[in-house]
Structures are given as C-alpha cells and as structure tokens.
Design a protein around this ligand. Structure first.
Ligand code: SF4
Ligand code: SF4
Ligand code: SF4
Length: 305
C-alpha cells in the first residue's frame, strides 16, 4: 500500500533520490507531518481551496457520505462539503473523486506490485544510478517486510543506492530481512525515556532501541539518527543528552536535529482528522545550537536541518 512515489528528492539520503512512501505506522506522533501515512488503508483527501461547492460529489456518492456546510470564517465562498469518514474509509468505489471536476478530491493510497513501483523508479534511472538512489519511507516500510525485501533486492540488482527511513518499531526479524540491501539508515529517536515515549507517541521505545543497537553492532557508519525538536516534547537538555549518549554507545557518527514545522496541520484538514498538538512555535536558532553542542559533547557530529 503506497501513497506516493516522489522523484528528485534531495532531503532523505545522499544525492538526488526517488522516495517511495508506504502507508502504515505504529506510532502516533502529535506533530506528524505525514498523517496520511499512519493508517494502512486507503483514505480520502479533500482540498478545501479547490472546492467550489458544486455538490457533484454528493450526487455521485452511493453511501450518502457527503453533506454541505458553510464555513462561518469564509463566507465569501459558496460553500464546502464534509465527508462522513466512517463511510468513506470503507468505500472501495470512490465515485465522488471521478465526479469532482475541480480535483478537490483524491484517493490517498494505492495497492501496487513490486513491478509497478520499479517501473516508477526506473523512469528516473539515468539520473539516480550515479548521483543518488532510492529511499523507502512512510509510515514505516518495515511493516511490509516481504514486499520490501523483494523491492530492495530488485533495487540493488539494478544498481541503486538504497536508504531506509524507518521508525524501527517492528520485530527485529523484519529489520534483519532487509539489512543486506541497505546502504543508509535514517531513523528517528524522538524520546529516550520509555514512559514518556509511550505517553506521547503511544508505544514503548524498547524494540526501537533494540533495533538501533543491532545496527550499531553491525554497521554503525550507515546510520544517521534524527530527532525532531518539538518544544515541550523532545527539546529538553535531558532528552537530547540521553539520545546523544545512546548514539555514542551505538558508535553512530552523526545525528540530525530537525526544528518543528507545521506542515501536518493542512494535511490533517485534508484528511478530516484532528491535529492534536497544541499551539507550538518552532525552536529558536539559539536553542537548536545549544542542543547541537550537547550532542557534540558526546563525540557525535550534529547537523541542524
Ligand atoms: S513516526 Fe513518523 S510517520 Fe509515524 S506518526 Fe510519527 S511522525 Fe508520523
Ligand atoms: S469515498 Fe465513497 S463513501 Fe466517501 S464520499 Fe466518496 S463515494 Fe462516498
Ligand atoms: S469536492 Fe468537488 S465535486 Fe464536491 S463540491 Fe467540491 S468541487 Fe464539487
């Protein structure tokens, strides 16, 4: 279940890359910038800015899942529609999407075969083979271990550099299946304290740390450990110090800290889901530098993005 294949990405791994995004994630971070990746199934994306309130989608929907509404803060517009997500998430026909001539509706998530994903990757192969590669991301690609193993085997066969972006919140056997094919790991370590990790993102971090230790034992040079800096959640000196000490113990050479941004807000609106993070401002440059100093005091190089 794939929700995007993006070409010419320069953020997730070395060089220019094709990113393959899988649906499904075990965590529920309140700051998530890709909430469409959390659920495994297909979801409906509604872009309010494109909607002209024509109600063609409502007429086309066989389940009576669409209703009109006026936004009191935007009375210049004719109107919008609301979707009853309990009906939409079970829908397989998506007739509303076909009916919408404004492209305000889209289906997020598609069942694809390995051949289909490889065909998309190979479209860009003259560029990527020498100057970048393929990054599998999500959600968490390791929740689809058999498919992923075959996809990565094919990528290596075709000569691509392969990066895995994963939360590693999966059984260790899933990770071991793909390790022979991975050139570069991008993994978040958000909160080091197990109880806090569970309280904030909904699951324990025991298996994540265990999987990180395994990578540390076998190939620490391939890891770039990342921490999103979310004020009030991950940005305390104590948390960053604990993560950096763990990274040093695993012999990871570098860490990446990423300041909070609000990209997830709009996506939650489009999905009809709730952005649960209270109003939070991005951290200051001074605080990011301070946290980088803490990390570097453990002998781990720190990159601020
Ligand atoms: S781990 Fe990543 S994809 Fe999953 S909820 Fe957290 S931010 Fe979103
Ligand atoms: S996704 Fe299906 S149930 Fe939902 S509005 Fe569209 S046609 Fe109706
Ligand atoms: S989503 Fe599309 S079809 Fe539905 S009211 Fe808006 S513009 Fe019309």
């Amino acid at each position: 279940m794939i929700f995007d294949v993006q070409s010419f990405s320069t953020h997730d791994g070395p060089g220019i890359r094709t990113n393959v995004f899988f649906k499904g994630c075990a965590l529920r971070c309140p700051w998530c910038a890709n909430p469409e990746s959390q659920e495994r199934g297909v979801q409906l994306f509604y872009t309010k800015m494109k909607c002209i309130g024509c109600m063609c989608c409502a007429k086309a929907c066989p389940n009576g899942a669409v209703s009109a509404y006026i936004d009191p803060e935007d009375i210049q517009r004719y109107g919008y529609v609301r979707h009853d997500r309990s009906k939409c998430d079970k829908c397989t026909t998506h007739e509303c999407v076909e009916a919408c001539l404004q492209e305000a509706l889209a289906v997020c998530g598609e069942m694809m075969t390995v051949d289909e994903v490889m065909a998309k990757i190979n479209r860009d192969s003259p560029v990527y083979r020498n100057k970048g590669g393929v990054t599998v991301s999500g959600g968490d690609p390791l929740l689809h271990p058999k498919f992923l193993t075959e996809l990565l085997r094919r990528c290596k066969e075709d000569g691509y550099n392969v990066a895995l972006e994963s939360e590693l919140c999966v059984p260790t056997k899933n990770l071991e299946m793909v390790m022979p094919y991975i050139d570069y790991y991008l993994t978040d370590c958000k909160i080091i304290d197990p109880a806090e990790h569970r309280r904030i993102v909904g699951v324990d971090n025991g298996v994540i740390l265990e999987n990180l230790r395994l990578i540390g034992e076998r190939c620490p040079e391939k890891m770039c450990l990342r921490t999103p800096i979310i004020p009030g959640y991950t940005d305390s000196d104590e948390n960053i110090d604990g993560i950096a000490a763990f990274a040093a113990m695993c012999h990871f050479r570098k860490m990446n800290i990423l300041p909070y941004h609000k990209l997830g807000v709009t996506k939650h609106e489009r999905l009809g889901t709730t952005y649960t993070l209270p109003s939070v401002q991005p951290p200051s440059d001074e605080h990011m530098r301070h946290l980088a100093d803490i990390i570097e005091s453990h002998g781990v190089e720190c990159i601020i993005n």
